[in-house]
Design a protein around this ligand. Structure first.
Ligand code: FES
Length: 106
């Protein structure tokens, strides 16, 4: 099991315990902190998060579809270099302690 630190848009922090090999979005959605409307297909943008700077390099590169989706959100919310769609991140043991903040509602 691994632990993830998630801060919501109001600044409330929650620690979520989850399993390596799972999609990050599922754990955060199950905790009621993102909607994940498209079920993880990188096509809704409701799972947008800001990965903490210290962790950003360890979550890999954005996928192509993710990049397009984030571009399309730019008119609605702030997109930062650390912005990710958490449905595109598959967790591994090395993500234990991962810290992120949920993006603004769209
Ligand atoms: S769940 Fe829809 S983009 Fe991630």
């Amino acid at each position: 099991m691994i632990n993830i630190q998630v801060t919501d848009a109001d600044g409330v922090k929650k620690e979520i315990t989850t399993t390596p090999g799972s999609q990050l979005m599922n754990s955060i959605r199950d905790a009621g902190m993102v909607e994940g409307t498209c079920g993880g297909m990188a096509s809704c943008g409701t799972c947008h998060v800001y990965i903490d700077e210290d962790w950003n390099a360890r979550t890999g590169e954005r996928t192509e579809d993710e990049g397009y989706m984030l571009e399309s959100l730019e008119e609605l919310v702030e997109i930062k270099p650390t912005s990710r769609l958490c449905c595109q991140i598959i967790l591994s043991e090395e993500h234990n302690g991962l810290s992120l903040t949920v993006g603004p509602q769209i």
